[in-house]
Write a protein of this length. Structure first.
Length: 133
């Protein structure tokens, strides 16, 4: 199936989500924050990146902006389950940055797997050209 990179600073949630994806037949790598996730993706390309939005070191917004410059540009699902005050802000920002899907935590396994299948079936996102020098 697909090579998926799952980035989330919640160890338990990351482990459970990775297992759900593996049981569905996907090869899954994990990272605990955006900085580690970006390094992992640069070392090994992935078909899909699932990233939390609220993380230490490099948050989801910074990660998505860095991934927009990647070649080939990966498909991204952004997830967020932050506080009731900040969560409503993160997912719309992720959408404006061009992610293929957003999901609010908690995420049921069936909803996640359906989103993964739909995103993987869609055409690959175009690469964003670098800004003029």
């Amino acid at each position: 199936m697909a090579r998926i990179l799952l980035i989330d600073d919640d160890d338990d949630l990351r482990d459970v989500t990775a297992e759900v994806l593996r049981q569905a037949g996907h090869a899954v790598n994990t990272a605990a924050d955006g900085k580690a996730g970006l390094a992992r993706h640069q070392a090994e390309q992935h078909d899909l990146i699932i990233t939390d939005m609220m993380m230490p070191d490099m948050d989801g917004v910074e990660l998505i902006m860095a991934l927009r410059r990647a070649e080939p540009r990966p498909r991204v699902i952004a997830i967020s389950g932050g506080s009731k005050f900040s969560e409503p802000l993160y997912l719309p920002v992720a959408q404006r940055l061009g992610v293929q899907r957003t999901l609010a935590k908690p995420i049921r396994a069936g909803v996640l797997l359906q989103a993964v299948a739909e995103v993987l079936a869609a055409p690959a996102p175009p690469t964003v050209p670098p800004p003029p020098a």
